[in-house]
Structure formats: structure tokens, C-alpha cells
Design a protein around this ligand. Structure first.
Ligand code: LLP
Length: 463
């Protein structure tokens, strides 16, 4: 399956699987995220197959596309969940995942979050209707907590003791490897806030690995996202394996290696090496250890979701400038922040188009195109979806598709300038399901409608 097969032009119009996109937005409105269930299944199966010799346990990175129905789909495919907050934990649980099948990562877990990961009770969703569908007391502690500092280890041990459970913990290693991705999504270099410096890990195991209230079961690494080259992964894994050897020499048993996520996708056809190249490089490094009982985990998000979703927006105005045309849409940085935040490239093309859409970085060389900025309604110059692109002429009312938007699109939406969150639709064959309603502004305003004076401690009067 090619990366964008789920979204193709047919009879002059973009289709999501079997359904014409204009039909979907006629009912759901714009802007709307549309996901393809077959594309999600195909991407997951491709991952599973590529790494099959390593018998990898996949933990879906909920943050990439957190919709409950998408999490449920991932759960049904057999994935566990990678969560990074109490909110994601509750969400993954509601989607059907068992807590034993979750890894809980994140550099700044609060006490409340650590506690909710261990005590099996809801916290962030207290009072939300529908929770009775699953018995919270059966929830139990998460499978693994990935700890990023000794300060966090102390809190995990504290809550473990307090609640009478023994948390299973992996230490997140900072291997000081450059993933060659955007600096804001680089996570495995020494100057980044994530993980613990690799040379410090053996002593931390010596100090914490025996009888301090936690079971240190393994190591975790995530060097960045997306990682557009194979070699940095291999380097990171080699750092981890060096540590495993040293730790085993010191008498610690390493059961789990969690290799994180970051598997890249083609935002433009042919941009990154195929996933199978990553697998080919990593399998020989890890194969024998897996045979000897090591459990490998991975936390993919983007690879599964990015090309399984598009964002559809409607042109509100077209403004002809002297040097270029501005196509002003109802989606913008509040709907998809990746172009503004990382200067990320998303292929953008009108929904009505007869022929192949040229998914290229450069000028596609078609006749009658014009240089356009595709922008949103937000009062910021950084509010753009695409800049200086050669695009077919567009008019007010036209629909535009932003491709490869299925990961880190909806999850990073904001209400900036008081826009409600977009709708989400899941397509499966010839069925389309509204899996998230467009957010009404009333919901955005609900927490501001009333105000109450805070009860502050009275100042003590000095006599
Ligand atoms: N595991 C950990 C510990 C992570 O921090 C992440 C992503 C993942 C797994 C999943 O990575 P994936 O397989 O999805 O690449 N907002 C950025 C991406 C930030 C990624 C954050 N962490 C973007 O839009 O590109």
C-alpha cells in the first residue's frame, strides 16, 4: 500500500477510501479531520511485519492522535498504549486498554499522575458519565512507568510504598545521539530535557535497583520524532546495549528495552527510507537478546496515523497580492500547528481535481498554477498551512485538503482566537462515522461563565 492510497483523486474529486470528501464535509462541516481505518490497519500491520523477528510489543503513542475511537481501533488491532499524562491514561482505559498494557512516559509526571498510574482509580475523569462501563477498581497499576529523573524515581517509590504496590520502572536513557530532525522534536541529545545521561545509569541502578520500593526492569529511549535516517536509531540502540551489558555485569537483570517511537513517514513521496530499512538494521542488533528473553517495546504514533488522516478546510476568501495569492481558509495554526511550529511541510491540494496530484516539494510543472500562501484566519503572520506553493487557482467556497495530517494534527489543536475544535470523521470502506463533534464555543466559554473569589489564607497580623 502506497502512503496515500487511502486518499486519492477519482472522477475529479478526492476520495477517502470509497467516499467522496465533499459528501463527508457536507454533513460534518469544515474544518474536519478525516481518518481512514484501512490505512491505520495497513500501517500497523506493516510495522508488525517489519519487526516480527523481534516479537515487538507495540504501545500506541496516544499523543499522536488521541481520539477515543482511534485508540479503540489500535487496541482492537492488539496494541498496548503509550501514555504521557493522567488524562491520556484515563482515555486509553476508556478506549478499552488494560492498565497492565500501558507504558507511562513523560518528563514531568505530577504526584497525582503517578498515583493514578499506580492506584487503579480514576482521577482526571471523576464524575464523567459512562465510566461505569468499566470498573475502575479493576484497573490496577500500569505495566511500566518510564522514569526520567531520580527525583521522579523518589516520587514513584513513595507512592508505591504508600499504596502497597511495587511499580515496574524503566529508566529513560539520554544517549546523546542526534536524530537529524527539527530541534524542537529532538529529544535524545545531552542538552535536551529528556532522560538521564547514559553514563549515570549504572550507578542509578546500583542505588535504586535493590530494595528501594521499585522494580527497575529495563531501559527506555526515544531520540526524536520523526527520525529521518536509520543510523541514529542504531547508535541509540548500541548505547542501550552497552548499558545492558554493564548492568548485567553488576548483577541487574534487564527484562525490557523500550525503543520509543519516531518512525518516519513520507510527507512527500520518497522522502525517508522505508521502515523495512530501519528493521533490517535493528534486527541483527537485538535478535539474539530477544531469543534469550528480552522484551522489546516500541511506541509508534506518527507512522500509523500521519498518512492515515487528512484535514479538509474551506476557502473563505482569495486575495490576489502583487507577488502571490493568499488562499484564506477556515483551518489555520489553531487547527494544524505543525507548519507554524516546525515549518513542517504538508502537501496541500484542492479537493476537486481531475488527475494525479503531484505530491512534490518543488514546482510540479503543471500549466496554469499560481504561487499561493494557504493561510488561516488567525491574527498572526505565522498562521500558515503552506507557503509559496504552485497551486491550481482556487475560489471562495472551494475545499482544500491538507495531507499527512493524521498525527499531531488534532492533538495539538488550540482554541486561539476563540475557534472551537474541528470535527473528526473515521471512514471505513463506504461508511463514515463522526467520531468527534465540532466543539461549540459555548463549551470553550463554560469554565469562564462564572467567577468565584478564592479563599486565601488570612495574613497574620503582627502585634
Ligand atoms: N515515545 C515517546 C517517549 C515520545 O515522546 C513520542 C513522541 C513517541 C513515542 C511517538 O513518536 P512518533 O512515533 O509519533 O514519532 N508534535 C511533533 C512530534 C512530537 C513527538 C513527541 N513525542 C510533530 O508534530 O512532529
Amino acid at each position: 500500500m502506497k502512503d496515500i492510497e487511502a486518499f486519492r483523486f477519482q472522477d475529479g474529486v478526492l476520495h477517502a477510501d470509497g467516499i467522496a470528501v465533499p459528501q463527508i464535509v457536507e454533513s460534518a462541516g469544515t474544518p474536519t479531520y478525516i481518518y481512514s481505518a484501512p490505512a491505520i490497519r495497513a500501517a500497523y500491520q506493516r510495522l508488525d511485519k517489519a519487526f516480527s523477528p523481534l516479537r515487538v510489543r507495540f504501545q500506541y503513542a496516544v499523543k499522536s492522535s488521541p481520539n477515543l475511537h482511534l485508540c479503540r481501533l489500535m487496541h482492537d488491532l492488539g496494541a498496548g498504549m503509550d501514555v504521557v499524562s493522567g488524562g491520556e491514561l484515563d482515555r486509553a482505559w476508556l478506549a478499552g486498554a488494560s492498565t497492565a498494557d500501558m507504558v507511562f512516559a513523560g518528563v514531568g509526571k505530577s504526584d497525582a499522575e503517578i498515583r493514578s498510574a499506580l492506584d487503579g482509580r480514576f482521577h482526571t475523569l471523576d464524575g464523567v458519565p459512562g465510566l461505569e462501563e468499566r470498573e475502575p477498581e479493576q484497573r490496577g497499576p500500569v505495566g511500566i512507568l518510564n522514569a526520567e529523573s531520580t527525583s521522579e524515581l523518589e516520587r514513584i517509590a513513595y507512592w508505591g510504598t504508600e499504596l502497597g504496590v511495587r511499580p515496574r520502572v524503566c529508566l529513560r536513557v539520554n544517549p546523546d545521539v542526534d536524530p537529524h530532525t527539527h530541534e524542537y522534536t529532538t529529544t535524545g541529545k545531552e542538552e535536551n530535557k529528556f532522560g538521564m545521561d547514559a553514563p549515570l545509569i549504572p550507578d542509578i541502578f546500583d542505588e535504586w535497583g535493590r530494595d528501594r520500593g521499585v522494580d527497575l526492569v529495563g531501559l527506555h529511549v526515544h531520540i526524536g520524532s520523526p527520525v529521518p535516517q536509520v543510523e541514529p536509531y542504531a547508535e541509540a540502540v548500541e548505547v542501550l546495549l552497552g548499558l545492558v551489558d554493564e548492568l548485567e555485569r553488576r548483577g541487574h537483570k534487564i527484562e525490557v528495552l523500550d525503543l520509543g517511537g519516531g518512525w518516519p513517514i513520507n510527507y512527500v513521496e520518497g522522502q525517508v527510507p522505508p521502515l523495512e530499512d530501519y528493521a533490517k538494521r535493528l534486527i541483527p542488533l537485538l535478535g539474539e537478546r530477544v531469543e534469550n528473553g528480552l522484551q522489546v517495546l516500541m511506541e509508534p504514533g506518527r507512522f500509523i496515523m500521519a498518512n492515515s488522516g487528512i484535514l479538509v478546510t474551506r476557502v473563505q476568501h482569495v486575495k490576489k497580492g502583487r507577488t502571490k495569492t493568499f488562499v484564506i481558509c477556515d483551518a489555520g495554526m489553531h487547527t494544524l500547528i505543525r507548519p507554524a511550529l516546525y515549518r513542517a511541510f504538508h502537501f496541500v491540494w484542492p479537493v476537486s481535481w481531475a488527475g494525479e496530484a503531484p505530491r512534490l516539494l518543488e514546482d510540479p510543472g503543471l500549466p496554469d498554477l499560481e504561487i499561493c500562501d494557504v493561510v488561516g484566519p488567525i491574527c498572526e503572520t505565522g498562521d500558515f498551512l503552506a507557503r509559496n506553493r504552485q497551486l491550481p487557482p482556487m475560489e471562495r467556497g472551494d475545499l482544500v485538503a491538507i495531507f499527512s495530517a493524521g498525527a499531531y494534527g488534532m492533538s495539538m489543536v488550540s482554541n486561539y482566537n476563540d475557534h472551537g475544535r474541528p470535527a473528526e470523521v473515521l471512514v471505513d470502506g463506504d461508511r463514515a462515522t463522526l467520531i468527534n463533534e465540532r466543539q461549540a464555543l459555548a463549551t470553550v466559554l463554560a469554565t469562564e461563565r462564572t467567577a468565584r473569589e478564592l479563599e486565601l489564607p488570612r495574613p497574620t497580623v503582627e502585634s
